[in-house]
Design a protein around this ligand. Structure first.
Ligand SMILES: O=C(O)c1ccccc1NCC(=O)[C@H](O)[C@H](O)COP(=O)(O)O
Length: 197
């Protein structure tokens, strides 16, 4: 089974849909200024609606470690996804404080040492853009669980899993119709991921 994260939840109603399709993780964009960015009130409402056993990760594109620690400490998020330009010092500090971390990397930097729990390979940042999956290092070379992201959808997910052999897949745009999370697409994506090793 390949685990699946559905990212970019920005509506309370989408949390109820996630409870129906049961992904292994959900993500909210706590970095400001993006189409799917959420404020604290919406984030709290999403966390309250989402089933307790589905961890909610905050996506951050700066190094405001104190904010991340506060959000983690008060239960708003169960982990942090840090974009490529966040320093390894921030990753180490968060891990030292017990915060699970997903570190986003471009494919060419996939094998760089990190204290993160999961390395996400992505060039998309929620734009639905794929990259050449052959650039992902083969499984025997990986030191950390790998999360594949970027332009995954119901048409290419099975091929992506077969080719890359990720531990996790992460999908945002491919789970949306007209910019809003769609229950039928999310159900298909979860079924495809869970059916494949
Ligand atoms: O979704 C955003 O708006 C976003 C903004 C800034 C940094 C990251 C962002 N999204 C991350 C993700 O949704 C996923 O980790 C990943 O990039 C998959 O995106 P997609 O290609 O849309 O499936």
């Amino acid at each position: 089974m390949t685990k699946i994260k559905i990212c970019g939840i920005f509506q309370e109603a989408s949390a109820e849909l996630l409870n129906q399709v049961q992904p292994d993780m959900a993500g909210i964009i706590l970095a400001p200024g993006h189409r799917r960015s959420v404020g604290i009130m919406t984030a709290m409402a999403i966390r309250a609606k989402l089933d307790d056993h589905i961890p909610l990760y905050g996506v951050f594109d700066d190094q405001n470690v104190m904010d991340i620690l506060t959000f983690y400490g008060n239960g708003l998020i169960q982990g942090a996804q840090l974009q490529d330009d966040v320093s390894e010092d921030a990753v180490t500090l968060l891990r030292d404080k017990g915060v699970p971390v997903i570190q986003t990397r471009r494919p060419e930097a996939a094998l760089r040492d990190t204290a993160a729990d999961i390395v996400q390979i992505d060039t998309s940042a929620g734009t639905g853009t794929t990259f050449d999956w052959q650039a992902v290092p083969p499984k025997p070379l990986r030191k950390k669980p790998l999360m594949l992201a970027g332009g995954l959808n119901v048409d290419n997910l099975a091929d992506a899993i077969a080719q890359v052999q990720p531990d996790w897949v992460d999908i945002s745009s491919g789970a949306e119709v007209d910019g809003v999370k769609d229950i039928a697409l999310m159900a298909q994506l979860v079924a495809i991921a869970h059916a494949h090793e």
